[in-house]
Design a protein around this ligand. Structure first.
Ligand code: GDP
Ligand code: IMO
Ligand code: MG
Length: 434
């Protein structure tokens, strides 16, 4: 049975949580494979509205196993807070399993994230400040603290000591800030360990056993492919691999790349980006304000789920999106927030970039080049009517159908699912993904 990966196709916040909540109906296991609580996934279903940072969006269905994979950077305080919030709202979290191999975000990672950013001045990345970058730095430098270490003080003490000793050298020596004391952090993490212990397991077994039994497994991506450490707009990227490449999804839960049958890319009908870095189709006009504030009165405007920052807004960039389709090996596109375009008279799609007098249709690898390109637009008529109640492709206004067909053509990938609202049922399924 298929293992299906859901990845963000742009710069994050495409609606991955919403799509996973919809697709999870058929899955037995839903697993997060990368990032940490820099992610914020919003889910609106019959249980209410939820913002999840670490817990997979499958948690709302009884009898699904939800896995936090080894590729995730886990802040135990945030995870425990999320478990508490879900429990309070009557959601059963006993089926949540945390990989013993996942790395822990430590208090000094959060401190270093903020100090690193401040020291970059005007070149700051615009991180979420959640310590995710420094946690992955420690992982690669082989001085990280892992979830398994929480369970044995004989492991926890030396691991924390090694990581903190190095961090304090940087905090005091490089940044001239106050060092962090070991003892209170140790006591806090010991307590986290005892509270998280019932959830800690070897998740690789769970995923592969479900796969072997012929059950559906859904891998929930975080962030967007253009924030990917390898393929994104470096250095304005995150410190993990959100894409579906073998170093992302497969590595992040411990399966082989050939176990993955299908990769679905989630794309907004336009573009957004939080944080700094190149954004060729960015808008600064009334359209940007209109798209950003659509649904704002219900708390559903384009403002960061994790940080509350206003998201930068732009037209759909088909050059960037096609690049993302290609390196993710996407079999299908889920197009979200189509309804946000409902009131526009005309809609633009970027079909190429003008660079030094020439039109290019490939995505440049240098961020300095991306800063210089001028988007070439195609303008399509808007439909100027509500789509939020539409449930079949044929019932969409003809202009909306034409827009979707053009997106398919430009991205060179079928649009199998269209989302016309934040709630689970507000979807048009063109071809079933499972
Ligand atoms: P994620 O990080 O990719 O899961 O996305 P976020 O949750 O950060 O941001 C997506 C936002 O769009 C959330 O507020 C969702 O509730 C909302 N959303 C998702 N799909 C749709 C849609 O089709 N229409 C509208 N209006 N909102 C949507
Ligand atoms: P979801 O899963 C949007 C961005 C940050 C910043 C850059 C690096 O909700 O789509 P980091 O804290 O990761 O070191 O910041 O990456 N970023 C996201 N932007 N959605 C996300 O997650 C993001 N996770 C990280 O804004 O530009
Ligand atoms: Mg988000």
């Amino acid at each position: 049975m298929p293992i299906v990966v859901v990845v963000g196709g742009q710069w994050g916040d495409e609606g991955k949580g919403r799509i996973v909540d919809l697709l999870a109906r058929k899955a037995k296991v839903v697993a997060r494979y990368s990032a940490g609580n820099n992610a914020g996934h919003t889910i609106v279903n019959e249980r209410g509205e939820f913002k999840l940072n670490l817990v997979p969006a499958g948690i709302f269905y009884p009898e699904k196993t939800c896995v936090i994979g080894n590729g995730v950077a886990v802040d135990p305080a945030v995870l425990l807070g999320e478990i508490g919030m879900l429990t309070e709202k009557g959601i059963d979290t006993s089926r949540l399993v945390l990989s013993d191999r996942a790395h822990l975000v430590m208090p000094w990672h959060v401190a270093l994230d903020k100090l690193d950013e401040a020291s970059r001045g005007s070149s700051a990345i615009g991180t979420t400040g959640k310590g995710i970058g420094p946690c992955f730095v420690d992982k690669v430098a082989r001085r990280g603290v892992r979830v398994a270490d929480l369970l044995r003080s004989e492991d926890l003490v030396p691991r924390m000591q090694t990581s903190l000793d190095y961090a304090n050298k940087v905090i005091t020596g490089v940044y001239g800030a106050e060092p962090i004391a070991f003892e209170p952090c140790y006591e806090t993490y010991r307590e986290y360990g005892s509270r998280l212990a019932p959830h800690i397991a070897d998740v690789q077994e769970i995923v592969l056993d479900a796969h072997k039994r012929g059950e559906y497994v859904l891998l929930e991506g975080a962030q967007g492919s253009l924030l990917d450490l390898d393929h994104g707009t470096y250095p304005y990227v995150t410190s993990s691999v959100p894409s579906s490449s073998s170093s992302g999804a497969a590595l992040g839960v411990g399966i082989g790349p050939t176990d993955i049958q299908r990769v679905v890319g989630v794309f907004k009908s336009y573009s957004t980006r939080v944080g700094n870095g190149p954004f060729p189709t960015e808008l600064f006009d009334d359209v940007a304000t209109q798209l950003r504030d659509h649904g704002k009165e219900d708390g559903r405007g384009e403002y960061g789920t994790t940080t509350g920052r206003a998201r930068r807004i732009g037209w759909l960039d088909a050059v960037a999106a096609r690049y993302s389709v290609r390196f993710n090996g996407l079999a299908a596109v889920a197009l979200t927030r189509l309804d946000v375009l409902d009131n526009l008279k005309t809609i633009k799609i970027c079909t190429g970039y003008e660079l030094d007098g020439k039109i290019i249709s490939s995505f440049p690898s240098r961020e300095s080049t991306l800063e210089r390109v001028n988007p070439v637009y195609e303008e399509l008529p808007g439909w100027e009517s509500p789509t939020t109640g539409v449930r079949t492709f044929d019932d969409l206004p003809p202009q909306a159908r034409a827009f979707i067909k053009r997106v398919e053509q430009l991205l060179e990938c079928p649009v199998d699912l269209i989302s016309v609202g934040p709630s689970r049922e507000q979807a048009v399924i063109v071809n079933p993904i499972f």
